[in-house]
Design a protein around this ligand. Structure first.
Ligand SMILES: Cc1cc2nc3c(=O)[nH]c(=O)nc-3n(C[C@H](O)[C@H](O)[C@H](O)COP(=O)(O)OP(=O)(O)OC[C@H]3O[C@@H](n4cnc5c(N)ncnc54)[C@H](O)[C@@H]3O)c2cc1C
Length: 261
């Protein structure tokens, strides 16, 4: 791999943000596939991620995004070596807004921590992969993760309002946005269960927790929601419509969410 490209990335991000002798912790997820990267970088901003992507693209170096490394299919395994972009430092919850039920998060936020944070504000983020205490919102978006609650509430993509995405050439694209009525371009980014580009941020839809009584087995307590991946991700969803479509909610469910405009 081009030492020139790595040196440029190190000069831009700082020596503490680039590892060139990575240990086995960056070689795989929870599956058996392994691949040792030549370097692991830890961007702190969307612009830093864009810089890495641009330099890697120019040098022909493969890039593998890494969230928390809790996938089960080797998705974050750098099978071709190259650079692993790790989202560990992009781990801030930027906003939780109980007035319009939107949260804005960075991609490295741990899903369970987001759920706890929104629960503290009497809100609810439904997606509940079994790995929620360890996996990240960015990984959830990339894999469209869902757990038992998806039977009633839907999966991760139903709660995403917008994404900031870094494309392979380093350009930054904002899809959707922070408002509920803004989906322009979003469906071009999240396609089925694949994600084009590197998620750097997300905004998500939060339901009122006081609203939800949990009468359906397996749903558990009502929490709150959110997630992210390339720079800032916006997560939101139409909880009412989803529940009605699934015909699984009883009349006592989600009462609070009906109170929002
Ligand atoms: C014990 C256990 C239980 C699990 N239970 C469930 C479950 O119930 N439901 C379920 O759906 N999954 C489950 N999984 C799988 C895993 O938790 C999910 O796939 C989760 O979304 C992975 O998140 P992560 O942050 O660990 O992502 P990683 O494993 O780090 O990455 C997963 C994929 O996302 C990509 N990625 C990560 N971050 C970004 C980003 N910012 N931008 C672009 N791409 C990115 C990676 O390149 C990779 O392709 C489970 C896994 C384990 C180990």
């Amino acid at each position: 791999m081009s030492p020139k490209a790595i040196n440029k990335i190190r000069a831009k991000l700082g020596a503490a943000s680039v590892i060139t002798d990575p240990g086995p912790e960056y070689a795989s997820d929870k599956w058996f596939a392994k691949g040792v990267p030549a370097a692991v970088v830890f961007p702190s901003t969307t612009e830093e991620t864009a810089f890495v992507m641009r330099e890697a693209s120019k040098a022909g170096i493969s890039v593998t995004p890494r969230g928390a490394g809790y996938g089960y299919v080797g998705g974050c395994t750098p099978v071709e070596g190259g650079i692993v972009i790790c989202m560990d430092r992009m781990n801030r919850i930027l906003e939780i807004n109980g007035r319009d039920f939107v949260a804005v998060v960075q991609p490295g936020v741990i899903t369970g921590e987001l759920q706890e944070a929104v629960r503290a504000q009497n809100l609810f983020y439904p997606p509940d992969p079994a790995s929620l205490k360890d996996c990240s919102i960015g990984g959830n978006i990339a894999t469209n993760a869902g757990g038992p609650r998806c039977l009633k509430y839907g999966v991760t993509r139903h709660y995403i309002l917008g994404l900031t995405v870094v494309l392979p050439d380093g350009s930054i694209v904002v899809c959707g946005g922070r408002t509920h009525k803004n989906k322009t371009g979003f469906d071009l980014v999240v396609v089925q269960e694949a994600l084009v580009g590197l998620v750097h941020g997300a905004s998500s839809d939060l339901a009122g927790a006081g609203a939800a009584s949990t009468s359906t087995a397996g749903v558990g307590e009502v929490d709150a929601l959110l997630f992210s991946g390339v720079e800032d991700v916006l997560i939101v969803g139409n909880l009412d419509g989803l529940v009605e479509a699934l015909c699984l909610a009883d009349e006592g469910d989600l009462v609070g969410s009906h109170g929002r405009d």
